[in-house]
Write a protein that binds this ligand. Sequence first.
Ligand code: TYD
Ligand code: MG
Length: 431
Amino acid sequence: MSEKVTVILTSYNKPQSVGKSIESVLDQSFEDWELFIMDDGSNADTQNVIASYLEDSRIHYHNSGISDSDRFKTTRYATLINEAIEKSSGMYVTYLTDDSFYFPDRLSEMVTYLKEHPKAEVVYSNQEVRVMNQHYKTNSQFIRKTRGVIRDPQNTVDHCSVMHTRSLAEKVKKEYGSYWDDHPQYWHNGDAAFWARLAAFVDFYPLPQTLDATVKTPGSFQRLNQYLPHHLPTGTLIKGLRDDIYMVDHEKRRQIEREAFEALKYRMEDVVEVPDPTLYKYLEGIPVTRQSLGEAALFPTNRFVTTKKRSTIYYIEGNQKRQVVNRKVWKKFRIQEKEILLVSERVLNEFQTGEPIFPIISAKNLVPNGFVFKYETNLYISDNHQLLLIPPRVAQKLKLSKRVPIELARSEFASIPKGQPLEWKLSMLMP
Ligand code: TYD
Ligand code: MG
């Protein structure tokens, strides 16, 4: 029987690096392989790079054609890998991502070991890890080392450092109903979830060589997902891999047109980068354009406004205007002249009148949304008129840690209802 290796490369929008990944397979000293390039509906740049490699008859190309709005529904790379395993026929199966590449003896070393040690059904190796900054320059570099024969490979062995037999994959499928678990809770570490399934049957055997390199880019899912809480408060500015900026508004995303961004006095430093599957999980709401300034129904929420005639300012929340009652409110809520928008008398009149905002918060009064508060040593954000606790790292991720928080007195803190904390949790990885 042939010792063919099935290599499964998952790809999404990495035109700078996917070519190198493919070339590293073409350059293998071991030649009996088939490469499944599973592209998840990438942009044209990426598709063009991939198209230039499709002549080799060992390469099979599949494009999922997934629509962006469906992207969050499963851990996409796990879904693609499951499809590829079904189509493939190698005696061994191994994985590659579009920001990683193999060294030339990767396949040969692993196949030789598996052949010579019939007891071993999974091997793994050292990996070179390069961490890149926003300018795609290497910031740091280290070797992720093997840890001997192990049964707990989760979160210590990378996606691109493993080869296993097909027969083991079939045992997994028989036991669990699928090869990789593509439940979306495993987006952050789907490889770990699959390793746990493999390790339910067998040990992982180490190889002493460094056989692949992976590059951690700023746009990688793990980097963008880290410390991003499940719920994003209304008013959060977000962007995915593309440059378009959106404002989260009650679980919808409203695109903010470039000119509107400036006219509405938003700031680039407040924009939170999120993975595309997260961005597209939000249904698209009405965009925010320059015209939005002239129509209450289109106006973005959580903005201060005034008119030419008046000296009073208002806080716009949904379709309501909440009057700022006096200068003490300015001080308390750190309102700055430069963030107040000028609207026409007509537009202001279109808003319903909401509760005024007072300098002291009490149970009689709704806390205004979108402000960062501090009580004792903890940070909170007001969303839906509730206080949500924000752990420090989440505050950093959401760009809230740079804002000067509003100190709350004990009675004020007690008077505001509390909502679900904005925590970031990794899924537990038990098979
Ligand atoms: P990547 O962004 O490199 O994340 P990580 O931080 O885990 O390295 O993505 C991992 C793999 O998932 C990569 O091969 C591309 C693939 N992928 C898809 O197939 N579809 C998608 O929508 C995304 C975001 C990634
Ligand atoms: Mg990656």
